[in-house]
Design a binder for this molecule. Structure first.
Ligand SMILES: *Cc1c(COP(=O)(O)O)cnc(C)c1O
Length: 385
């Protein structure tokens, strides 16, 4: 026999309790019938759902202005829940050509293996997307702002195309977050997040989230995610909830610092170019204005003179900044696409995307802005002079 029940208390905890229980006991078979038939709400087995997952899912629903979203064990599980939970053999999907690396891999390797055809096209070019549409096309997956060149998709144009052709528009909103961009206001049908990044925000949680406008699609994705075991652990959901409580403050701070850092390093010798959506020299600046309505993001990309040697010298000199392949942490992190996310590409392909050896992507954290600008200035000077 297992002990159960908490001591009685007339007051209640202010923090959501962590519920790691895998199973939930019912009183009678009749009570279980009521639960399975939806007359009462209750839990049975945590892969099917648990309180901590529901708490975080409803919070994320509120942020995206949606309902019935599904939390998953990672952002990639959320991407998979959409692509593998909703598509079938013989259908076709179009993806942005600069999607997150594993999303690209899913499009290029796994979907074709299952008989689902895929085409990648530039999401900044509606005509290129239009040209990729076939009779069997079902959905288009894009990121509003994509990694690592911070290219801005023509979401409004693609949404019009989707309406015209009856396609689902799926937006991965990880970089922009609900604070920077609201995909449902721009015609998206489904929104995906890697909660791992800015939303949870502390590099200690792996979690994903997906929500559709249409409740029937949410149900299909929920069933697929439960069947394939994508359910996140209660502890990760609990930690993510704690992270979310400070998300707005963290995002605003990191965004303001990122805009400042972008302007600061753009003026330094040894810096070839700086990419930041609200800067006038960003190639997609006009689209960034309409889509993000003056908001930016916490990401800045830049290119140093001097190739790999300068890149090595820069990460060595960048005191206190982690050279680590993630984003959205409380601390600023550096990523070098040529040696990490884009290393599988040939040097020629990388050059086409502008990802030379001196190219870095910065995820700006919560450090003091003056200190951060000084660290970058010192490291850039040390690396390029
Ligand atoms: C990180 C990331 C993912 C994948 O999320 P995980 O939580 O790492 O599985 C998907 N899309 C984007 C844009 C990401 O940055």
């Amino acid at each position: 026999m297992r002990p159960h029940g908490l001591p009685e208390s007339a007051s209640h905890p202010v923090v959501t309790p962590l519920s790691p229980s895998v199973v939930y006991a019912s009183e009678t078979p009749d009570a279980l019938d009521d639960q399975y038939e939806g007359r009462v709400h209750g839990y049975t087995y945590s892969r099917e759902g648990h309180p901590n997952a529901d708490v975080i899912a409803r919070r994320l629903d509120d942020m995206e202005g949606a309902s019935g979203g599904v939390v998953t064990g990672s952002g990639m599980a959320a991407v998979s829940a959409v692509l593998m939970g909703l598509l079938q053999t013989g259908e076709h999907v179009i993806g942005g050509d600069q999607l997150y690396g594993r999303s690209l891999r899913l499009m290029k390797e796994d979907l074709p293996r299952l008989g689902i055809a895929t085409t990648l096209a530039d999401p900044g070019d509606v005509e290129a997307i239009r040209a990729a549409i076939r009779p069997e096309t079902k959905l288009i997956l894009v990121e509003a702002v994509s990694n690592p060149t911070l290219a801005v998709a023509d979401i409004d144009g693609i949404a019009a195309l989707c309406r015209e052709h009856g396609l689902l528009l799926v937006v991965d909103n990880t970089f922009t977050t609900p604070r920077g961009f609201k995909p449902f206001d721009h015609g998206a049908d489904i929104v995906i997040h890697s909660v791992t990044k800015l939303l949870a925000g502390h590099s200690d949680v792996m979690l994903g989230y997906v929500v559709a406008k249409d409740a029937a699609l949410n149900d299909r994705m929920r069933v697929f995610s439960v069947t394939t075991g994508m359910t996140p652990s209660p502890f990760d959901c609990w930690l993510a909830e704690r992270g979310l409580l400070s998300f707005d403050l963290r995002f605003d701070r990191a965004e303001a610092t990122a805009a400042r850092l972008a302007d600061h390093i753009a003026g330094l010798p040894g810096v070839k170019r700086v990419l930041y959506p609200t800067r006038h020299d960003h190639p997609d600046h006009g689209r960034a204005e309409t889509l993000l309505k003056g908001r930016g993001c916490n990401m800045v990309s830049f290119e140093l003179d001097g190739g790999r040697d300068a890149a090595n010298a820069f990460t060595r000199a960048a005191e206190g900044l982690s050279f680590a392949p993630t984003l959205g942490d409380v601390g600023t992190t550096l990523s070098h696409p040529a040696s990490s996310s884009h290393r599988a590409l040939s040097p020629e392909n990388r050059a086409e995307l502008g990802l030379h050896e001196g190219f870095f992507r910065v995820s700006v954290g919560l450090e003091d802005p003056d200190t951060l600008c000084r660290i970058f200035e010192d490291a850039i000077t040390a690396a390029t002079s």
